[in-house]
Design a protein around this ligand. Structure first.
Ligand code: AVJ
Length: 326
């Protein structure tokens, strides 16, 4: 296996500075806000694994159903005219879904390089090990960093046709306007006939959705609270975790499923030399997990210059992988 690790973050100091600045900016806003991209440190990665194993969290299983049972449909779209290509995965994580696609593509004899991009170097290491044992002859190039910076990097090192995967309803973690901006930016980074394959969690029974983010064991709560712990660990924060409580909400009209941490009392929290005031019942808005209708998906593609090729759903029709052509 050929392997190269590209990273923007050779300089760890730099990462730390960004994290601190984003945290302070977010907590000085009204309403207070923390960015969910910071959930994924080592402990956050592990907690997300626990979330995916919960019976209530259907999202991963539904998309897995597509990747296991509709692999051929996915591959046909990606192989397109049969020319060599780069298969770029944004936010690859442990790539447990794409593994099925990679194996299938490998078997067809297709000529391609797999380029997983993830913000977590830690998870890329795990992924590297896994790919080595599962698909020995896979051409792979790991890219650690932000999506578009790494997408541009990918374009610099190769001029082949691109197929970009953005799975797992990761697009749902953006506000709708941000998701649209993201699609526009993605389109700008692609050439005509390149492909985007994007995973969307679909609007469905509101109870089913709320339960997936409001589990009785409190795993999702720990996942949220871990960001405060991370601030304590990495930024010399003094959050008392017992003084914040997870609150989840799903609005079936907008499709927004949002998580918050509620301050249980008036309190002042120090972060290094800085200090932030919280009123009792004041919330920190943590994350949106946006749900889409098939029509929402169509609008998103067309309004950002893509052609909607095909939408592939799981057997329950709870999740959709949309394939767009630039
Ligand atoms: C990683 C974005 C797919 O929003 O469903 C799971 C993250 N947050 N439970 C999602 C998450 C709380 C997850 N994604």
């Amino acid at each position: 296996m050929k392997l190269q690790l590209e990273t923007l973050y050779k300089n760890r100091e730099n990462v730390h500075e960004h994290f601190l600045q984003d945290v302070l900016d977010g907590l000085n806003q009204n309403p207070k806000h923390l960015q969910s991209k910071y959930f994924y440190d080592k402990k956050g990665d592990a907690l997300f694994q626990d979330i995916m194993a919960m019976p209530e969290y259907y999202v991963t299983r539904c998309e897995m159903d597509i990747f296991q049972n509709k692999t051929k449909d996915l591959a046909t779209e990606i192989l397109a005219d049969g020319s060599a290509f780069d298969l770029i995965e944004l936010g690859a994580g442990d790539a447990s879904k794409s593994l099925h696609l990679l194996k299938y593509l490998q078997k067809t004899g297709a000529k391609f390089t797999y380029m997983p991009i993830d913000i977590s170097g830690n998870i890329l290491e795990v992924l590297h090990q896994k790919l080595q044992s599962h698909i020995p002859n896979l051409d792979i190039r790991l890219l650690e960093g932000d999506y578009f910076e790494m997408l541009q990097k990918a374009s610099k090192v190769s001029s082949r046709r691109k197929a970009v995967l953005f799975l797992g309803s990761n697009i749902g973690n953006m506000e709708l306007s941000e998701a649209s901006d993201f699609c526009f930016e993605l389109r700008k980074n692609l050439n005509k006939n390149d492909i985007a394959l994007i995973g969307f969690d679909l609007k469905k029974d509101p109870h089913t959705i709320l339960n997936a983010y409001n589990d009785p064991k409190g795993i999702t709560a720990s996942f949220n609270l871990n960001l405060l712990e991370r601030i304590n660990r990495e930024l010399d924060g003094r959050f008392d975790l017992d003084k914040f409580e997870h609150f989840q909400n799903y609005d079936p009209l907008s499709g927004a499923c949002r998580s918050y941490l509620v301050s249980l009392e008036n309190q002042k929290v120090n972060i290094g030399i800085h200090s932030i005031d919280f009123k009792k019942d004041e919330v920190i808005y943590m994350e949106v997990s946006q749900k889409f209708s098939v029509e929402d998906i169509q609008n998103l593609s067309v309004s950002n210059g893509f052609k909607l090729n095909k939408t592939i759903m799981d057997s329950k029709k709870w999740f959709a992988d949309a394939i767009w052509t630039a």
